[in-house]
Write a protein that binds this ligand. Sequence first.
Ligand SMILES: *Cc1c(COP(=O)(O)O)cnc(C)c1O
Length: 356
Amino acid sequence: MKYDITITKTANPQPKPTDESKLGFGKIFTDHMFIMEYSAEKGWHDARIVPFGPIPTHPASTVFHYGAEIFEGMKAYRAVDGSIRLFRPMENVKRLNKSAERICLPLLDEEGALDAITKLVELEQDWIPHNEGTSLYIRPFIYGNDPHLGVHAVHNAVFVIICSPVGAYYASGLKPVKIAIENEDVRAVRGGTGYAKCGGNYAASMRAGQRAEEKGYAQVLWLDGVERKYIEEVGAMNVMFKIGGKIVTPMLSGSILPGITRKSCIELLKDWGYEVEERLFSVDELFEACEKGELEEAWGTGTAAVVSPIGHLFYNGKDYTVSNNEIGPLTQKLYDNLTGIQWGKIEENKGWSVKI
Ligand SMILES: *Cc1c(COP(=O)(O)O)cnc(C)c1O
């Protein structure tokens, strides 16, 4: 079921950025946004695309006090054949609904949500940058909006989609990052909201991220919340290791975000004949592999960076170098294939690259 979307175009279109090398991430936004409200009585209603701008919100709104917020992150790509493409967009829509279910926000009609994303991107297509590696980042989000302080399941909510032209993540090639393993703070626990893409998980992760940055590390590698022993994910990316020819990645235990890039990498790796183990993987086992010289490559996976090679791992006062602090051949191959599919340089028969 598609939502009935009305479109009001802006009277003041903004100039598109001229220097695409300075785009960065999420700093500028396109001319329009999608917005739709939910109420227990009316369901989702008033779907509309309107000029981009502030959303007046009641000071008692649920989102401000109880963190009722979930989001998605996806991209529209200007493919080499001139078409505009999304990458496995239905996966994002389905995950948005799974996140909604976890924190009691109203679910969306999947076909309707994908149609809203597509209509907005279609309208904003001139904002998709042209340089190699650039794209239009799409941020759909839902928040609870009941105008009173009582704690209960949400009766009013808002679904919004905004878009931001973003620069190439790797302006000067895929550079390995330094990762600090966090053994104090935890991001999520099983039974909590770790598998949901919700703002609250990010609030919990800020402090460790800041501490790692102060020590010169780009991101945090999270350990499980119970034993501080099993590897979960890195920052806002899933993580994979190549050990003695096999691929090991933490299993989806409930506290880990089920990344679409993770899933896609696993599918590609299996296609290429690799054994992929999704299982509990302890930090001790990781460093045993390091010491035996069996850790060949390590990388993070996520929509923003696609894959991010790990060059250093810091744990308990020691810094380990991974694959000579260089990008490994398999990490590079994953990057080339995924970006090849996303930008339509590689034809695939999986239906991942969706033209709009
Ligand atoms: C979004 C996200 C990821 C990556 O998911 P993708 O679907 O691959 O972009 C991983 N971890 C966290 C915590 C995230 O929020």
